[in-house]
Design a protein. Structure first.
Length: 177
């Protein structure tokens, strides 16, 4: 009898831990994937990349405006899933106040260009041909997971770090449903 009670208790506890580990709502993805990213208050490292039209663009070009800095790739399912919310945030913010800057880690420029064009992505679309693992920019921003998002203030300081676009939306477009 004692063995059955003990077995039932162990199974109940084990199944509880299993449910916790498998329920996305109960797992804070930022704790898992954004913990080592730059901390709020840190100066955002400047960088220069080519945009979708081949023009050189630097983060510092947008000093004086807030910047949503998104790291992504067209092959990333989580990145693709968050694109509608990113587009919606863009549509509901004033581009003279908030710039959306996206850095793609696609290894193929054609894949990057095709995805941006097909999905009518706005904002400043940049391409880092080094890919995430070899990118100096990814290293300077401590990117180990995509999508990764930073909100940078008008003075170039990090104010928010997340891997969940919904958290960013709650800050910059709180009335967006």
């Amino acid at each position: 009898m004692k063995n059955r009670i003990l077995l039932a208790f162990v199974l109940m506890v084990a199944s509880s831990f299993s449910l916790i580990a498998q329920t996305p709502e109960e797992v804070d993805l930022d704790l898992k994937y954004a913990a080592d990213m730059l901390k709020p208050g840190t100066a955002a490292p400047d960088f220069t990349l080519k945009d979708i039209n081949g023009k050189s663009v630097s983060l510092s070009d947008f000093k004086g405006r807030k910047v949503v800095l998104q790291f992504w790739a067209s092959w990333c399912p989580d990145c693709r899933a968050e694109m509608p919310l990113i587009k919606s945030m863009q549509a509901h913010t004033d581009p003279s106040e908030i710039v959306f800057m996206a850095v793609s880690f696609d290894r193929s420029e054609d894949a990057f260009t095709s995805y941006v064009t097909k999905n009518e992505l706005g904002g400043v679309q940049l391409y880092d041909p080094a890919g995430m693992r070899d990118s100096d920019i990814a290293k300077s921003y401590k990117i180990t997971w995509i999508p990764s998002l930073y909100l940078i203030d008008e003075k170039g300081k990090v104010t928010l770090v997340t891997v969940v676009a919904d958290k960013l939306a709650k800050v910059i477009t709180p009335d967006l449903k």
